[in-house]
Design a protein around this ligand. Structure first.
Ligand SMILES: [Zn+2]
Length: 150
């Protein structure tokens, strides 16, 4: 004959509180499933407390969620860093482009200044030459040796 181990149980319904015996394996099953059962007077009962297995499973789920959240945050940070790196590259490229544009403009400005200086000097030379020629002619006129230019 197989021995069945029984355990004491008490109905918690107000005015009942009957004490009765149930097989230990049945109690453990009800604790695991949280399924309803009845006291000998028909009051519904169940075990709401979480089993150690449920507690462990919940803790594991929380830890996994925390791990996933941390991974998500990490992925977001990596994305932010990549975005910033791209921005830096863009700005750096734009800066280089401005720098080379500035060099071109400086060179052009130098050329233009050189051109203006050359032209001014040329015009000045022409002016001086003309003035000298005019003076020479005037001198010649004054001396009377040369005829006045027609
Ligand atoms: Zn009862």
């Amino acid at each position: 004959m197989m021995d069945i181990e029984f355990v004491k149980e008490t109905c918690i319904t107000a005015g009942c509180h009957i004490i009765f015996m149930i097989p230990k394996s049945v109690k453990e099953e009800f604790q695991r499933t949280h399924e309803s059962f009845y006291c000998p007077f028909g009051h519904g009962m169940h075990y709401p407390a979480k089993t150690p297995e449920e507690k462990l499973r919940e803790q594991l789920a929380l830890e996994q969620k925390g791990k996933i959240d941390a991974q998500t945050r990490l992925a977001q940070k990596i994305l932010e860093v990549q975005t910033l790196e791209n921005k830096i590259k863009e700005v750096s490229t734009a800066f280089d482009s401005c720098k080379s544009e500035e060099e071109k403009l400086k060179k052009r400005l130098k050329d233009v200044k050189k051109g203006i200086k050359a032209r001014t000097e040329g015009e000045l030379d022409d002016y001086v030459k003309k003035r000298l020629e005019t003076k020479t002619e005037q001198k010649r006129d004054n001396s009377g040796k040369f005829a006045k230019k027609q």
